[in-house]
Write a protein that binds this ligand. Structure first.
Ligand SMILES: Cc1ncc(COP(=O)(O)O)c(C=O)c1O
Length: 392
């Protein structure tokens, strides 16, 4: 399908304090940090322009209009009806999951993370003097990750107080099924474990798959769940720092809000402007984006299969992130570095090293395909060339 949004256009981002482009050497193509090289929906930039023209940037509070924009989006896109007062704004989702653990758990209790998982999940325990617990997602014979409910339950101890669910899952790209989510939630309820569900990638799901907010499964599950959503990945505005927590439990919501005010000071006023505009007007842009990303994903999967010997991937069901299994290449890795050294040095492509994602990440790299097709092609051709002679 063609669209009037031009995702092929190149927008130079260097020298803008851009983490993705400015933290790599000039000759390196960055396919790491999870933002996209696309302009957001035009309505978002128009709303920001209007706010800039108004010109006064005083203190803001989160008004009901923004809460309603979030609730409206969840109802429309995901069929989840949420009263607007459950919506609490937070600057970011990482902030949100740290405050979620703060709101329901005590130092010494356990925080359970399903790995491989987005790096900052692995640091919640140390921030809050809790105990880090992990349950590794297994892969089936085709390399697809799945939830092994027995192993998940076995990872829970009497100390476990909160489980960090990531759905859609970064980095594996899984969009968990109703059965998987129901199974996880029932186990958590049985063991009196809170769920913090990071659903930041929930709008980026490909045809054939459906995102199900875990809290939408039942009132009982919702009562023990803090859900985190954001327009940041969906509409490519993460630098504006506007995200939301959906907290049905009134006491926990109060505790979450009070702790946040003391430590963070609230959401940026421009972030709120962008969030509201994106949720109210961004849907046509998102549909076009999903078509473009889906085509990038298919191109990438085909390229990996036919032109990157020794590398395997399962096409992600959601997210613009691909999890490449490079274990057959026996590449050198270095603890504490962001990039895989082989691809950074030999291919001049920056990819996140799998070690950053905790247990189960060894031998993998994560590739961000949220970029114009030409950038993706260039990066893949560089990787192909670097692999010549590595695998016979
Ligand atoms: C699963 C997940 N959670 C949170 C974040 C970051 O969220 P924020 O920038 O809002 O803190 C990311 C970014 O890549 C992510 O993939």
């Amino acid at each position: 399908m063609t669209s009037h949004y031009d995702f092929d256009q190149n927008h130079p981002r260097r020298n803008t304090n851009c983490a993705k482009w400015d933290l790599v050497e000039p000759e390196v193509l960055p396919l790491w940090v999870a933002d996209m090289d696309f302009l957001p929906p035009p309505e978002v930039n128009e709303a920001l322009q209007e706010a800039v023209e108004h010109g006064i940037f005083g203190y803001s509070y989160f008004g009901t209009q923004v809460q309603e924009a979030v609730a409206g989006w969840l109802a429309r896109r995901h069929g989840w009806q949420v009263p607007a007062e459950w919506v609490v704004l937070v600057p970011g989702v990482v902030t949100g999951f740290n405050f979620a653990a703060y709101a329901v758990a005590q130092p010494g209790e356990g925080v359970l993370v399903q790995t491989p998982a987005y790096g900052p999940f692995q640091h919640v325990a140390e921030h809050l003097e809790m105990t880090q617990q992990t349950s590794q997602l297994p892969q089936d014979e085709n390399g697809r990750y799945y939830v092994d409910l027995e192993a998940f339950e076995a990872a829970i101890t009497p100390e476990t107080r909160i489980f960090m669910l990531c759905n859609p899952q970064n980095p594996t790209g899984r969009v968990f099924t109703r059965e998987e989510l129901q199974g996880i939630a029932e186990i958590c309820l049985r063991h009196d474990v809170w769920i913090c569900s990071d659903e930041i990638h929930s709008d980026l799901v490909y045809s054939g798959y459906k995102h199900i907010p875990v809290a939408s499964l039942s009132e009982e599950i919702a009562a023990k769940t803090i859900t985190l959503v954001a327009p940041s990945k969906t509409f490519n505005i993460p630098g504006l720092r506007g995200s939301a927590a959906i907290i049905p439990d009134e006491d926990v919501r109060k505790r979450f809000i009070e702790a946040q005010h003391g430590l963070m000071g609230g959401v940026n006023s421009l972030g709120q402007v962008a969030m509201q505009a994106a949720y109210e007007h961004g849907e046509p842009w998102l549909e076009a984006l999903l078509d473009y990303l889906g085509a990038n994903r298919n191109y990438l999967a085909e390229f990996v299969e036919t032109r990157l010997p020794g590398v395997k991937m399962v096409a992600p069901e959601g997210t613009y992130l691909a999890w490449l299994d490079c274990r057959a290449l026996n590449l050198e890795t270095k603890e504490g570095t962001s990039f895989n050294p082989f691809f950074e040095e030999q291919a001049k492509v920056a990819l996140n090293d799998g070690l950053w994602f905790g247990p189960g990440g060894e031998g993998f790299v994560r590739l961000n395909f949220g970029c114009p097709r030409a950038t993706l092609v260039e990066a893949l051709e560089r990787m192909e060339e670097a692999l010549v002679g590595v695998v016979s």
